[in-house]
Design a protein around this ligand. Structure first.
Ligand code: SER
Length: 289
């Protein structure tokens, strides 16, 4: 599947299950002084989660243009040197505004990746927030994920928040094992390790609170769902690549940089070509927006 096929399959899947397909919002948020650039699919729905804004739908799905080049979610220094960091990327997401919650969000995600995308269950792992017994039980009893493939982590890994303020909540993440050959070899290597063995594919956030500037958490009017899956990462996995820059969308730009500069795409300027490919996407879409 090309990147475009993967995006379309995602939107079709959720469209067929009652979700409104909403266009990506601008990379420059219109009405949010807390945010310089759009950094997640949920940004355009922030006020819907808090109940300040009403829409005529309670389920949505998007492929959102995102830039993470500063602030809380910032990958800038890694770009070019790692296989999966970008300043610009697309986030595939489904959202429930007080409609379905944990059970259905987990069922949809598992169904899509194991059936429609055909990922082998025996390479998948999940993580949940340390006290979230409910999510662990859904993964185990409803989806049949073995207990030894369900890891529990604290706030740093399994509690998502947009920034210092705004909607937030515990989350559950799906990881794929890329094989011991991609790993650090450590006996304690597991999902969440910094090496390339376990790749996080999808983050499902159980939106339950709004954090104010004093850090106080207030429950949202209704429990909601915000998910995000990086298109470039899932494309690498489905295209059998270990590197996002080898997928169809990014490799074309790396090759264009190599051609324009007369330098081997995989030679000594490899990282530079990747920085060029990444930053071209960020700057082109930022200028367009
Ligand atoms: N908002 C969450 C994230 O950015 C899930 O979409 O990871």
């Amino acid at each position: 599947m090309t990147g475009s096929d993967i995006r379309q399959r995602f939107l079709d899947y959720f469209g067929q299950r009652g979700h409104r397909i909403v266009r990506s919002s601008s990379l420059v948020p219109g009405n949010d002084p807390t945010l310089l650039f759009t950094n997640a699919g949920m940004n355009q729905f922030k006020d819907v989660f808090t109940g300040q804004e009403k829409r005529d739908y309670t389920r949505a799905a998007t492929s959102q243009k995102c830039v993470r080049a500063g602030g809380k979610h910032n990958d800038l220094d890694n770009v070019g040197y790692t296989r999966r960091h970008h300043t610009f990327f697309e986030m595939l997401g489904n959202f429930s505004f007080g409609d379905y919650f944990k059970q259905d969000a987990i069922a949809f995600a598992w169904d899509l990746i194991t059936k429609d995308y055909g990922l082998p269950k025996d390479r998948l792992y999940v993580t949940v927030f340390e006290t979230d017994d409910e999510a662990a039980e859904i993964w185990h009893k409803q989806e049949g994920v073995p207990l030894d493939r369900i890891y529990r982590f604290g706030e740093k890994d399994n509690f998502w928040q947009m920034g210092d303020t705004g909607p937030c909540g515990p989350c559950t993440e799906i990881y794929i094992d890329q094989g011991a050959g991609q790993g650090c070899g450590s006996a304690s290597c597991m999902p969440g390790c910094d090496c390339s063995r376990f790749t996080e594919i999808w983050n499902l956030v159980f939106m339950q609170f709004n954090r104010d500037s004093a850090g106080v958490l207030t429950p949202l009017p209704r429990p909601s769902i915000d998910t995000g899956m990086g298109l470039e990462r899932i494309a690498a996995i489905l295209q059998g690549k270990h590197d996002n820059y080898d997928t169809d969308t990014l490799r074309a730009l790396v090759l264009a940089s190599a051609e324009a500069t007369g330098q081997d795409p995989d030679g000594p300027f490899r990282a530079s070509h990747r920085v060029v490919a990444d930053h071209l996407r960020s700057s082109a879409f930022l200028m367009a927006d």
